[in-house]
Design a protein around this ligand. Structure first.
Ligand code: DGY
Length: 427
């Protein structure tokens, strides 16, 4: 543990605290983001347990209910919750067409890490009574959200949920989305990106990406946020291996939590979903890259790109042997798991999800490998991460060859990952 970095990481979270929720970073991301929130909560847990629970409670206050837009999307936990106005981000609260919500949100979701993070928080909590009461209160929302994924994104019960927007993956500009996104029309309406006010264009998605994600955002509004209409009209539908892995792990953890708090029926329901996904996931294996990959749900084609998303399969507990792929990737770069393998033709070292290293992804991959009995490999990733934190502090992401910080600065989930993973129990 490095006491100066611990203090600095705590300062990052405190500076980004907006009273009950943590923005990822000032300017670039001025609202509460979905999967960021649960990672932030892990970090808060190390020095302020009530604040940690509040982060997730605040996030779930934006869960869509039966009263919202006809109720079909009840259980949607949006990727952005707009608790307060800010004008430094596009697309902000007025862009999504969700004005009728009591608490304004976007209309898409993000990787459902929450049940896993809640379980980890419960295991580490010093104040047991407060933790148990918090988890009891969060359980109905967690269950509603998992049911939303299975009900609206896998209505046929195939075992593989689909995403309808690249932003849902959290790995927005991954090369895995290039082919399905190329079929999406570019929007013809005027808009102004704000991300380039904060970060150099070489680290961000290109304009052609924005023109299509804006089209997809507007299509949700035109479908009245009705999940059936969204599936019927959806021009971009992908079985994202990242979401499949994260949901699988979270449903396993949710089953444990539900059983522990006396809801055996919900535990069995989640286990049933887990088994269905376990049977279906073999279809996503890539012989070329020796790891699972995503699939275009409209054409059935594998999106055969070696991205870090598939390396979450150990964390999911799927049982694939991904150790050779992880080792090969680590041998290609100096610092942790690149979001896209350096040996892939689509690799672009500084650009969003096409090369850079994300520390929370390193954590999840390392955790999964440790659980799979790959302790040496897990420790190699952790050690790479420690060197990155010490070299470059708490950036949004990092150059996998030089270790220099990229994207947003003073980034909340990076600081939180440090507190949980590298400073951990030692505080
Ligand atoms: C962005 O705006 O880049 C975000 O990642 C979308 O969630």
């Amino acid at each position: 543990m490095n006491p100066t970095l611990v203090q600095r990481a705590q300062q990052v979270l405190c500076a980004n605290d907006r009273g009950g929720y943590t923005i990822p970073t000032a300017g670039l991301y001025p609202f509460q983001w979905n999967w960021d929130a649960s990672v932030c909560a892990l970090g808060w847990m190390q020095f302020d347990e009530p604040r940690a629970w509040l982060e997730i409670q605040t996030l779930f206050s934006g869960l869509w209910t039966e009263r919202d837009y006809g109720g079909g999307s009840a259980g949607l936990l949006a990727h952005i919750t707009f608790h307060q106005p800010a004008d430094s981000y596009f697309p902000g609260p007025d862009e999504w067409g969700t004005q009728a919500l009591a608490l304004r949100t976007s209309s898409i979701s993000q990787p459902p890490l929450h049940a896993t993070m809640v379980r980890w928080m419960l295991e580490r909590a010093q104040d047991r009574a407060a933790a148990e009461s918090a988890v009891r209160g969060l359980l109905p929302g967690l269950l509603a959200h998992h049911r939303w994924w299975y009900r609206t994104r896998d209505p046929e019960g195939s075992g593989l949920v689909r995403i309808l927007h690249p932003w849902e993956t959290g790995m927005d500009n991954s090369p895995a989305w290039d082919a399905p996104l190329a079929r999406v029309p570019a929007t013809t309406r005027a808009y102004r990106r704000r991300d380039l006010d904060h970060v150099d264009a070489s680290m961000r998605p290109p304009q052609s990406f924005y023109d299509r994600v804006v089209y997809l955002m507007d299509a949700n509004r035109e479908a009245g946020f009705d999940p059936q209409h969204m599936l019927e009209a959806g021009r971009f539908q992908v079985n994202d291996i990242g979401i499949v892995c994260i949901l699988q792990r979270a449903s396993r953890d949710l089953a444990v939590l539900a059983a522990r708090f006396g809801d055996e029926a919900a535990a069995a329901e989640m286990q049933g979903q887990v088994q269905r996904t376990q049977r279906a996931v073999a279809a996503l294996w890539s012989d070329r890259w020796q790891q699972p990959v995503s699939r275009d749900a409209l054409t059935g084609e594998l999106l055969d790109q070696p991205t870090s998303a598939g390396l979450l399969s150990a964390y999911a507990g799927f049982g694939f042997d991904i150790a050779p792929a992880v080792r090969a990737g680590l041998d290609e770069t100096a610092y942790g798991v690149a979001s896209t393998r350096r040996s892939a033709p689509t690799y672009d070292a500084p650009r969003y999800w096409r090369g850079p290293v994300w520390q929370h992804i390193n954590l999840l991959i390392s955790q999964g490998l440790a659980e799979q009995g790959q302790a040496v490999l897990a420790e190699r990733i952790r050690e790479n991460s420690r060197r990155l934190f010490e070299r470059s502090g708490f950036h949004e992401y990092y150059h996998p060859e030089t270790g220099s910080g990229l994207g947003g600065r003073d980034f909340s989930w990076t600081a939180a990952t440090y507190l949980h993973w590298l400073a951990g129990q030692a505080i």
